[in-house]
Design a protein around this ligand. Structure first.
Ligand SMILES: Cc1cc2nc3c(=O)[nH]c(=O)nc-3n(C[C@H](O)[C@H](O)[C@H](O)COP(=O)(O)OP(=O)(O)OC[C@H]3O[C@@H](n4cnc5c(N)ncnc54)[C@H](O)[C@@H]3O)c2cc1C
Length: 370
């Protein structure tokens, strides 16, 4: 568990380092990759601009099964067997075939970090290694250069180590999300599909023990979500406090490029329909970590690992594209049709089928966990 705050000023000593695997980004995706390398004996270095767990990056909602499979229930806060969906005319209650949970970000990161075996440094990653790629790649940070044959970009939506055009909001395939964290409690996991808050997207309230995570996400990046987030919090009679927001990628991208492995939001692994990106960061992070483990233990080459991990990610492309099409469709459904449709879809058989299918998109069993 990190005890220091992020190194600042004179504490930021120069950092020049060689390692076997350099993982850039120490949130869900980066920590999942590191976990899979724990038993390999590889020299693994994780870097992040903040201390591990210092900056919460989401509402921290996830299917409970993932917390159980990764032995992360120590960070668990609250479990929900139902999803409550509000539309302007109808509120529907979906009895889920599995439970959803909220967790504490800092505690989860500490638990996941404890499953790895790595060194950690705070540093800001500044850009990709020069192309063409060499056997040993050199990554620039604000504290110096780090050299490693295997480099992972788990840095989130900016895809910092990509050689393509910079991902520039609001002109990219990004959604916008913002939430507040007022003190309080609740029993229901709630979603609002309501144009009063956002024309294309949804609002949410996720209780997590003694706090609520209330927010609004817009699939249209030009739509600002601050006022709607404040409005939703006030409608729920909560004071907006503790703002936390970010861009969310909603299109899957190449998971390998110029010999770099991209995982989580940097590869667009967030599910486009719901903006759920934690379990997918785990899922693809574990898949990537296993390929890297086979490289450092001499069972395959870097080229083979890049090909296999790239193919694994690409095999999910069709499902991600399909969800993107549904994401685009929902805002076109007139509100008077939406209510009856939500009610019709709350039938138990349909909920079981659709939610089991949805969980199957990134299921712990898909990477041979519990
Ligand atoms: C408001 C909001 C609520 C959300 N709620 C949920 C939810 O409830 N459930 C869910 O599944 N998903 C949710 N998401 C989506 C989810 O947060 C992301 O998909 C998920 O965090 C992706 O994980 P990641 O590890 O790929 O990236 P991130 O969690 O974004 O981690 C990237 C890491 O890289 C570091 N970093 C970035 N740039 C640099 C740099 N240049 N140098 C060094 N370090 C750097 C960051 O500090 C961070 O630690 C939400 C998103 C938002 C914006």
């Amino acid at each position: 568990m990190p005890t220091r705050a992020t190194k600042r000023g004179t504490e930021r000593t120069p950092l020049e380092r060689d390692c076997d695997v350099l993982i850039c980004g120490a949130s869900f995706a980066g920590l999942a990759v590191a976990r899979e390398l724990a038993e390999t004996g590889a020299k693994v270095l994780l870097v992040d601009r903040y201390e591990i767990g210092e900056r919460q990056t989401s509402a921290c909602g996830i299917p409970t099964r993932w917390l159980e499979a990764l032995e992360l229930m120590g960070a668990h806060r609250q479990r929900f067997g139902e999803l409550v969906i509000h539309s302007p005319h109808v509120t529907a209650r979906y009895r889920l075939p599995w439970t959803f949970s909220t967790f504490d970000y800092r505690e989860l990161c500490a638990l996941l970090a404890g499953q790895g075996n790595f060194e950690f440094e705070t540093a800001k990653v500044e850009g990709p290694p020069p192309a063409p790629a060499q056997a040993t790649q050199v990554v620039r940070t604000d504290r110096g250069e780090i050299r490693a044959p295997l480099v992972v970009d788990a840095l989130g939506w900016r895809r910092v180590l990509g050689h393509g055009d910079p991902i520039q909001p609001p002109d990219s395939y990004l959604s916008r999300g913002l939430e507040v964290h007022p003190q309080g409690s609740g029993d229901d996991l709630e979603i609002w599909i309501d144009r009063r808050y956002v024309p294309a997207g949804y609002g949410w309230s996720f209780p997590a023990g003694d706090e609520l995570r209330i927010g609004v996400g817009s699939f249209e990046p030009r739509f600002h979500v601050k006022d709607p987030t404040v409005q939703l919090a006030r409608d729920l009679e909560r004071e907006p406090a503790g703002y936390q927001g970010n861009w969310i990628p909603h299109r899957i991208r190449e998971a390998t490029e110029s010999e770099i492995f991209f995982v989580g939001d940097s590869a667009g692994h967030c599910l486009p329909l719901t903006a759920e990106g934690i379990r997918t960061a785990f899922y693809f992070g574990i898949a990537c970590g296993r390929e890297l483990a086979d490289v450092v233990t001499g069972r395959q080459t870097r080229a083979a690992a890049l090909a296999r991990y790239g193919a694994f990610s690409a095999a999910h492309r069709q499902q991600f594209e399909w969800m993107l099409r549904v994401q685009r469709l929902i805002p076109r459904v007139p509100p008077r049709v939406l209510g009856p449709a939500l009610t019709a879809m709350s039938a138990k058989r349909f909920v079981d089928w659709s939610f089991n299918h949805y969980l199957g998109l990134a299921h712990p069993a898909g990477v041979r966990l519990a």
